[in-house]
Design a protein around this ligand. Structure first.
Ligand code: NAP
Length: 255
């Protein structure tokens, strides 16, 4: 199946995996709705994609934690985007690596509000559109943190375990509506993720990938495009991907 001419929503498209998905899907002819809080970054990306690939790109400044904003903005899409073929629920983050007993309340709230409630808010608005169309594909970006807990991962892992449960729940509840649900669950991907996790500390962020050839956003985009272009009757439910050097959340071979 080709993605050319299809309409694809990507949340968190201003950096990392979301940005890489935007570039690859546009290169393959998809029209895009890109959302994030940093609208300037989205608009720059949109301009470059329009001129490079001649596709339609609509940008939306959106904080996925704000349900009213999510609802209002997705309910007022331009006419050419009234059909949605693919939703990539990607916006998310980890904050800190404190032990549970030292956890920072505001970090817990931001991770759960973004990774779990934000994903639900977006899905709450888009799913009825997909049901009405009797067609669509939801791709949730989970994590190996949704399969394994690691030291200091506590609440981030809880949020990704929740995403995994939500993906499974979506797959079950949407049975019969011709809607595919895929969870892509990566290990280490070098993006702004660690910089955000360590509150802008570049040294700490770099150390995460020291001596490892990590995944990059393009690797995940490649998998998302593969999942989105399988034949109508094929649904890839769960894809776990790590760098070759990473055997599990905690076992990483460093050179
Ligand atoms: P990233 O480079 O930091 O990108 C995160 C994206 O999420 C940005 O575009 C950011 O945009 C957006 N975002 C964050 N908070 C938001 C909010 N409240 N409302 C709307 N958008 C928001 O990180 P990434 O690695 O690409 O992460 C993407 C997804 O992959 C996340 O769900 C993450 O948990 C998952 N993941 C990452 C890794 C990894 O190692 N990198 C591994 C497994 C899973 P703005 O800041 O402009 O809003």
């Amino acid at each position: 199946m080709s993605i050319e001419g299809k309409n694809v929503i990507i949340t968190g498209a201003s950096a990392g995996i979301g940005e890489a998905c935007a570039k690859l899907f546009a290169r393959n002819g998809a029209n895009l709705i890109l959302t994030a809080r940093r609208i300037n970054k989205l608009n720059e990306l949109a301009d470059s994609l329009r001129s490079a690939y001649n596709v339609k790109v609509h940008t939306i400044e959106m904080d996925v934690r704000n349900f009213d904003e999510v609802k209002k903005k997705f309910e007022n899409l331009p006419a050419e985007f009234k059909t949605i073929d693919v939703l990539i629920n990607n916006a998310g983050k980890a904050l800190g690596v404190e032990k549970i007993q030292d956890g920072v309340l505001s970090n817990w709230e931001e991770m759960l509000d973004t990774n779990v409630k934000g994903l639900l808010y977006v899905s709450k608005i888009i799913i009825p559109m997909l049901i009405k169309q009797n067609h669509g594909h939801i791709i949730n970006i989970g994590s190996i943190a949704g399969h394994e807990v690691y030291p200091g991962g506590n609440v981030y892992c809880a949020s990704k375990f929740a995403v995994r449960a939500i993906s499974k729940g979506m797959g079950i509840d949407l049975s019969g509506y011709n809607i595919k649900v895929t969870s892509i669950d990566p290990g280490m991907v070098e993006t702004e993720f660690s910089l955000v996790r360590f509150a802008g500390d570049e040294e700490k962020a770099k150390n995460v990938y020291k001596g490892v050839d990590p995944l990059v956003g393009d690797d995940i985009a490649d998998i998302a495009l593969f999942a989105a272009t399988r034949p109508e009757h094929v649904d890839l439910r769960e894809i776990v991907v790590t760098p070759t050097a990473q055997s599990s959340a905690t076992i990483v071979h460093r050179k």
